[in-house]
Design a protein around this ligand. Structure first.
Ligand code: PMP
Length: 423
């Protein structure tokens, strides 16, 4: 049955929505790049554990011990999922945004950060208290490597440096040449953090093979619910930094000084940056999703997703009014994220019509990547609206775009309905 077939069952398959044209239809969730529905398997695992959760690292009782074990096991599962090096550390955070902000707070003194202007705001903005070089938008993967190399080589003085780059764009779905960018960073004495928010749900990510120093991703895009994310990678900068949050759990010893103040000895491991009671259910859910994806096999998932991408892109190519947004061109390898504009349509109205008339949920806007979307639309930065739905005047070119995105829980019927609706 094409309406239910998908490699991995997800929640929300039975949601029906009313149509303005009358009747109702099964909801087609085609906004995985914002948040993917949770896997049924994740939900089942969490439901089985939830009645028994307890406080992590804080109790002598059985359920507290159980939760501590599950939390620490979740760390190991994530490390295996990311193919981390033995000395790497997995820190549980709230999200990719949180992970990158944590790393930004752990930069060594005088660190310069290099980031492409095309990044998602979560990768673009956390570094603003450091010295940042914004690298111009490349139009090919080769140009990305070459411009980064030039920027790194030109830096003065030649101190510590960090490159932050996305693995897969949340706007174009295009894969970035992460291995080559990592090699360029390392050749110039810099480190690199990979924003894998959009890559990890669609592709295997090997820290070892890509040779990146850190990886960040979010549970809610990886088929787990909200509230938990990961920063995995080298321990040294994190060990030397002030704790991200000050509080219990991060502190090993706290004592009053004779002058009336307080002395604190902080933990050195992941706990240093996990102050407060850890989100054990969130970590457990992420670990469950990692296991489910690994067991399903990325070979199968990728092959199937490429089929859906072809359906969408070939369908859109048949509509002359549609322009698909792309930085690297049609042949670039990509994940299941496609953004486009439709001549004569305001993108917000188009997305609203897909929802009201076809029960399809997509996103419209600038996708928290304003400089990138403006570059792709060729629009004037001065006249742009903010994140959300800027309105184009009638007859003018789009100021925003429509994005359709999908993954392991998407049945064929959803993308087929989308193509029919656009046509
Ligand atoms: N990076 C990329 C490439 C993303 O697509 C997103 C989410 N849209 C983020 C980072 C931020 O993720 P979160 O909102 O979960 O922090």
């Amino acid at each position: 049955d094409r309406s239910v077939s998908a490699p991995l069952p997800v929640l929300g398959r039975d949601v029906t929505v009313p149509l303005v044209t009358g009747g109702e239809v099964t909801y087609a969730a085609l906004d995985y790049a914002a948040s993917a529905p949770a896997l049924q398997r994740v939900w089942d695992d969490v439901a089985a554990y939830a009645p028994y959760y307890g406080s992590v690292h804080r109790g002598a009782g059985y359920l507290s011990q159980l939760s501590t074990d599950l939390f620490e096991n979740a760390r190991r599962t994530v490390a295996a999922f990311l193919d981390c090096r033995p000395a790497d550390q997995v820190v549980f955070t709230r999200s990719t945004t949180d992970s990158l902000n944590l790393l930004a707070r752990a930069l060594p003194a005088d660190c310069r950060v290099f980031v492409f202007e095309t990044e998602h705001h979560a990768s673009l903005l956390p570094w603003r208290e450091a010295q940042v070089t914004y690298v111009d938008a490349p139009r090919t993967p080769e140009q990305a490597v070459a411009t980064l190399e030039r920027a790194l080589a030109d830096r003065e003085p030649h101190g510590p440096a960090l490159v932050c780059v996305t693995g897969a764009s949340n706007v174009t779905g295009e894969l970035w040449p992460v291995r080559r960018l990592a090699a360029a960073a390392h050749a110039h004495g810099a480190r690199i953090v990979l924003d894998a928010a959009q890559l990890a749900p669609h592709h295997p990510v090997s820290v070892r093979d890509l040779d990146v120093d850190w990886v960040a991703f979010s549970g809610h895009k990886l088929y787990a619910p909200f509230g938990a994310g990961v920063l995995a990678g080298r321990a040294d900068w994190l060990r030397e930094a002030e704790p991200y949050l000050a509080g219990g759990g991060a502190s090993r010893r706290v004592s009053r000084r004779t002058d009336g103040g307080v002395d604190v000895e902080w933990h050195e491991g992941a706990a240093r940056h996990e102050a407060g009671s850890p989100n054990v259910i969130g970590a457990y859910a992420i670990a469950s999703a990692c296991k489910a994806l690994t067991e399903a096999g990325f070979d199968t998932l990728v092959a199937r997703e490429q089929h859906l991408i072809r359906t969408v892109r070939e369908g859109l190519a048949e509509v002359p009014e549609v322009s698909v947004l792309s930085l690297f061109g049609d042949d670039a390898p990509r994940v299941g994220v496609v953004s486009f504009v439709v001549a004569g349509w305001n993108s917000s109205h188009f997305a609203a019509a897909l929802s009201a008339e076809y029960g399809i949920g997509v996103r419209d806007g600038l996708f928290c990547a304003h400089p990138l979307v403006r570059t792709l639309l060729g629009s004037d930065p001065e006249t742009q609206g903010e994140c959300g739905a800027p309105e184009a005047a009638p007859g003018e070119k789009s100021l925003n775009a429509v994005r359709v995105s999908f993954g392991a829980g998407t049945p064929d019927e959803h993308v087929e309905r989308f193509v029919t609706a656009v046509k």
